[in-house]
Design a protein around this ligand. Structure first.
Ligand SMILES: Cc1cc2nc3c(=O)[nH]c(=O)nc-3n(C[C@H](O)[C@H](O)[C@H](O)COP(=O)(O)OP(=O)(O)OC[C@H]3O[C@@H](n4cnc5c(N)ncnc54)[C@H](O)[C@@H]3O)c2cc1C
Length: 571
């Protein structure tokens, strides 16, 4: 089946009756209306400003189009349908033949088609414009505000594999142009018969995910050049309908990377047996599976025995950079929902939004959300500028793990608070915020847990001692305008003085401090006075009680922060 390029009509196929079965229609009062069509790009003051500031205005037309689509009621409905109608595994066909097919709701395919069409996976590799990763990050941020299972997995993997494919053209060129295609085609056909290909990743095994050296899947050469047979198990394989599976397996030389096509040249399915789908807390649009491999045909990509190094060299930075902004997108969406709900509901004779405790909470969420976005974007810019700037090269090594750790962790706190802003309705599945709350923890677990980010940061400090100076220099660009900030940075410099041998037990503390110091610095330089002052006083100056809604600030500055955060543009 190939999906149409136009969003389908199924979302509106079942109109609700005006009144039901002879009962009087219930008059509904004081209930927030549905979130209207919004343009998530044009309506976001901080986002539009970031595009100009970072020299990526060339993305504006694409971002405006993505902002309109991702902010539309139709796509929000697709997101709901794709998550409520979980993928179903069909291991066998009617007459008992193995098919290993995962069936998705049409809404999933529409979302996949649109994210691939909008170049989220490909743009960074196909454009000659300035700062492609920064620009791509903006698209990714927008799409993460509507649905995470599609854009945050199959799309992200298809994006992240490109440098690996390019590093080994003998193998990579077979598929590269089709991985970069903007055509999504879910049919289980051989790559030659498809206009575009998607990618899934299979590394984690039962006995270990963080430590890939524990991999036990065996790879045996078939005698054909670069071709192997793989046998073993993989405990987590998301998006298992990917056309290409990137796997780790052991040869005599050690853990090595392989690509296995889902369908072989003769049209038969490769031996990738899906045992079951995981019953997950969230991320339900995306199928995550357990897989058995039995003489699975796969091609070695990269050097024999150097799979973990090559995965780190070519892929992890881009995946982690993506997830840090993906989580910023989750926070932005949670904030938008909280603002909408509270400004359309009253209590105690006032709009809830304007009640003092709620204003404090909303402003607090708004500064957290903007700080997360700026942190993720700075990491992307450091990656972009690495080839021409030694400082950015050093910074990127530190900022990517720090931003991945911090933003992915904060997303859970933000979605929890945004849920409470909805009152009882927030705890009900009909509200998008309930889905976001269950989605939020995932980004900090997959693609390297928080502890792995800590180890990665320490490795970077160890291998590149000058990265400390680069980091402090970047943070100190804002010195002299906020006393809380200045004192915090001094304290951080002391912490950074620790030798890397002694850092491991303190890694999280250090990552948290780096993230917040840099967020303070970025907000001072790039946001409004109210946002920067409030962030520095609360997060850096101790005028905060580690819960949202505990800002010392009151009144007009909070109002200004909230107004800035409201999506101002309808779709
Ligand atoms: C929904 C979902 C989808 C996934 N999809 C995929 C996929 O498509 N492909 C894939 O390959 N994997 C996938 N994963 C697996 C994921 O990448 C792993 O779960 C993750 O890397 C952690 O590995 P683990 O589960 O084996 O945990 P473990 O490695 O056993 O870790 C358990 C805990 O110990 C901690 N820990 C480990 N080492 C250290 C250390 N040195 N210091 C301190 N603490 C440590 C970890 O941080 C963690 O908190 C998915 C996971 C989930 C939840």
């Amino acid at each position: 089946m190939k999906t149409s390029s136009r969003p389908g009509d199924f979302a509106t196929a079942c109109p609700m009756p005006q009144s039901g079965y002879g009962h009087q229609a219930v008059e509904v009062e004081n209930m927030p209306p549905e979130l209207p069509d919004q343009n998530l790009f044009l309506g976001d003051e901080a986002l539009v400003a970031a595009c100009s500031r970072e020299g990526v205005q060339w993305i504006n037309d694409r971002a405006e189009a993505a902002g309109k689509t991702a902010g539309s009621r139709h796509f929000r409905e697709l997101a709901r349908l794709a998550n409520e109608n979980k993928p179903v595994l069909r291991t066998h066909d009617r007459i008992g033949r193995r098919i290993d097919f995962v069936e998705f709701h049409p809404a999933y395919h529409e979302l996949m088609a649109e994210t691939f069409r909008s170049e989220v996976h490909s743009l960074a590799w196909t454009t000659n414009e300035k700062r492609p990763q920064t620009a791509r990050t903006i698209l990714f941020y927008l799409w993460n505000q509507v649905e995470n299972g599609t854009v945050g997995c199959a799309n992200l993997m298809s994006y992240a594999i490109v440098p690996l494919l390019r590093s080994d053209p003998q193998i990579g060129d077979r598929w590269l142009s089709k991985v970069l295609s903007t055509e999504y085609d879910p049919r289980p056909l051989h790559a030659d018969e498809k206009p575009g290909l998607t990618v899934a990743m299979a590394m984690t095994e039962r006995q270990g995910g963080s430590d890939l050296r524990s991999n036990d899947t065996q790879a045996v050469p078939t005698g054909n050049e670069r071709e192997y047979h793989l046998s073993g198990q993989k405990f987590f394989v998301s998006a298992p309908m990917g056309d290409l599976l990137l796997l780790t397996a052991k040869t005599d030389s050690g853990v090595t990377l392989f690509i296995a096509p889902r369908t072989l040249a003769n049209g038969e399915r490769n031996s990738i047996h899906i045992q079951r789908l995981k019953d997950k807390l969230g991320n339900t649009s995306n199928a995550s599976s357990e897989v058995e491999l039995n003489n699975t045909v796969a091609y070695r990509i990269g050097e024999d025995g150097r799979g973990i190094r090559q995965f780190i060299k070519y892929m992890t930075q881009n995946i982690r950079m993506g997830l840090s902004t993906g989580s910023a997108g989750i926070m932005r969406c949670a904030l938008t929902l909280a603002l909408h709900h509270t400004s359309n509901r009253s209590a105690f004779g006032s709009t809830i939004h304007d009640l003092p405790q709620m204003s404090n909470t909303l402003a607090d969420l708004a500064i957290e959300s903007e700080a997360a976005f700026l942190l993720g974007l700075r990491a992307a810019k450091a990656v972009d500028d690495s080839p021409t700037s030694d400082t950015d090269k050093l910074l990127s090594r530190i900022l990517v793990p720090v931003a991945k750790y911090w933003n992915c962790r904060r997303a859970s706190a933000v979605t929890l608070e945004a849920m409470e802003c909805h009152g009882g309705m927030g705890y009900v599945e009909e509200q998008t915020i309930a889905r976001l709350y269950r989605e939020a923890p995932l980004n900090s677990i997959w693609e390297g847990t928080s502890a792995m980010m800590g180890l990665d940061m320490i490795r970077a400090f160890d291998a590149f001692p000058d990265s400390r100076d680069a980091l402090v220099h970047e943070i100190k660009l804002a010195t002299g305008s906020d006393r809380h900030f200045d004192a915090y940075v001094k304290n951080l410099e002391g912490e950074l003085g620790r030798s890397t041998d002694m850092m491991e037990p303190h890694a999280r503390r250090l990552m948290s401090m780096i993230a917040q110091a840099l967020q303070g610095s970025l907000l001072i330089r790039q946001s409004t006075q109210e946002v920067a002052d409030t962030f520095c006083a609360s997060r850096l100056g101790g005028e905060w009680a580690y819960e949202f809604g505990t800002l010392q600030e009151t009144g007009a500055p909070l109002r200004k922060i909230i107004d800035r955060a409201a999506i101002s543009q309808t779709g």
